[in-house]
Design a protein around this ligand. Structure first.
Ligand code: FRU
Length: 482
């Protein structure tokens, strides 16, 4: 065993205390979104509701805001609004995970949480690390409380994966169907197509390879990361994060993108059959590697990583200099309604609301609301006529516009290189925006489309200005987490 020693933990504590003093001074710290205490955060992992507590684990590099050796950070909440920072849950301190405790998930059975994750190992030598040079072991942890690890073992060692794949096989997600446990894993096949692998188990401890659950011959990218699968009353949903997708006019514009198919799994052939096109889950600049879970109220809740790795040179996140980088989206409740995947912010955040303004606006050229708290607020407009052509100006230089059936989000310099994303929407009926100090999340048409983006205003304005022509009911709230 190759444990991280006392020196490692002492050094980490020292580095964290330096970073913490920078982070605490940063006005771009988020007020009600989950961010790393210090350093770097990426994918949500092992999200679960267990014995009345919501657990959010996540990819975490506490000592470096630019990424590095990943652990599983841990936050808990009773109400999904206020979170407590817990001790690191998984550390890369074993031979089988020594270069990173990569992404994974949680599954509750008989009063225990079963976690599955990927142990990343980079072999020393002259490797390209695309085809080979790595191990990505699938590891099983059992915990009675979500804080202590009672049992840990490798359930699929790297050398036992099927033939025909590069070394990139990772990010296990577990679900149950008719008393059988299933595990989906993302992969990059030797022919550079992304594929989703399926394993089955009757006890969660012994796993057998079943075959490819989903693949596509063409145009779907070279690697599928972070698969997720669940059933709804209407259709099944397969979510994953393909790398290498070609951008279309308005979709898949980010370096990497996350999306979904609606369809049906065939449990005889154990394959997923899509009945829709692949759609991007979030059309903003900052969204990747989402994960879902069902809470005890039966809600399907999704968290996404409100960030993206590797987007240089066009974007450098200015919070790196302030000791931290990246965040989670707000948790969203997702459902399939009339053949559409709908995402709505989980309603609990509404406890943050105060100072409501409500008005009916008939916009003719320009209309300004003054005196809002521009750092943390919520804006909802319900449009009455179809003939709307207008723009909304908020924060420092962020503009939302709707023109000729195209909705566009534009950042000026406060986007630090993020400029413009658009969605074609035939009939825009609602814009619902939730702004934190350095983020905006925009839900359109009651959750049919979402755009998430980080934004870093310096000269923020306490106004929201509407320009153009439109008729709408307007609601604005201050959001405060004090
Ligand atoms: C997605 C991802 C996963 C991997 C993890 C490593 O962002 O690349 O595939 O497990 O991040 O941090």
């Amino acid at each position: 065993m190759n444990s991280l020693n006392m020196t490692y933990w002492n050094n980490l504590a020292q580095i964290q205390s330096k970073l913490r003093s920078k982070v605490e001074k940063d006005p771009w710290r988020l007020a009600f979104h989950q961010m790393p205490e210090t350093g770097w955060l990426n994918d949500p992992n092992g999200v679960v509701h267990f014995k009345g507590v919501y657990h959010l684990y996540h990819q975490y590099v506490p000592d470096n805001p630019e990424g590095g050796l990943v652990h599983w950070g841990h936050k808990t909440s009773a109400d999904m609004v206020h979170f407590k920072e817990e001790e690191i849950f998984i550390s890369p301190d074993k031979d089988y995970n020594r270069n990173g405790a990569y992404s994974g998930s949680a599954f509750v059975k008989d009063d225990e949480i079963h976690f599955f994750y990927t142990g990343n190992v980079k072999k020393d030598g002259d490797y390209d690390y695309i085809f080979n040079g790595r191990e990505q072991n699938t590891i099983h942890i059992v915990s009675k409380d979500g804080f202590t690890i009672d049992f840990e073992e490798v359930v699929i060692a790297h050398e036992d994966y099927p033939e025909g794949f590069t070394d990139h096989i990772r990010d296990p997600k577990i679900f149950e169907k008719d008393n059988v446990y299933y595990m989906v894993l993302g992969s990059r096949a030797l022919d550079h197509h992304g594929k989703i692998l399926l394993y089955t188990s009757s006890d969660l401890y012994n796993w057998q390879y079943k075959g490819v659950f989903f693949e596509r011959e063409k145009e779907m990218g070279y690697m599928f990361e972070c698969p997720d699968f669940f059933e709804t009353d209407e259709q099944d949903v397969l979510i994953f994060s393909p790398q290498g997708l070609k951008p279309t006019l308005y979709e898949f514009q980010n370096t990497h993108n996350a999306g979904y198919y609606l369809g049906k799994a065939d449990w005889k052939t154990t394959q997923f059959n899509p009945q829709s096109v692949f759609k991007e889950l979030d059309r903003g600049f900052d969204f990747y590697a989402p994960q879902t879970f069902e809470d005890k109220f039966g809600r399907r809740i999704l968290w996404g990583w409100m960030g993206l790795g590797d987007t240089k040179p066009e974007y450098t996140n200015p919070t790196i200099a302030r000791g931290w980088q990246h965040a989670m989206t707000l948790p969203r409740e997702i459902s399939v309604e009339n053949g559409k995947l709908i995402q709505r912010p989980l309603s609990e955040y509404q406890v943050l609301r105060s100072d409501k303004i409500e008005e009916k606006v008939i916009l003719d050229r320009e209309y300004t609301i003054e005196g809002i708290n521009p750092h943390t607020f919520e804006l909802r407009i319900n449009l009455e006529k179809e003939t709307n052509q207008f723009s909304i100006h908020l924060k420092e230089d962020t503009v939302l516009s709707y023109d000729n059936h195209v909705f566009t989000l534009v950042h000026g310099p406060s986007g630090y290189g993020r400029s413009e994303r658009s969605i074609e929407i035939k009939d825009l009926t609602e814009i619902h925006l939730i702004a934190d100090t350095s983020s905006v999340e925009i839900f359109l048409n009651d959750g049919e489309y979402v755009m998430s983006s980080r934004v870093y205003p310096k000269d923020i304005k306490d106004t929201i200005i509407f320009k153009g022509s439109a008729e709408f009911n307007l609601e604005v709230w201050n959001l405060s987490n004090e």
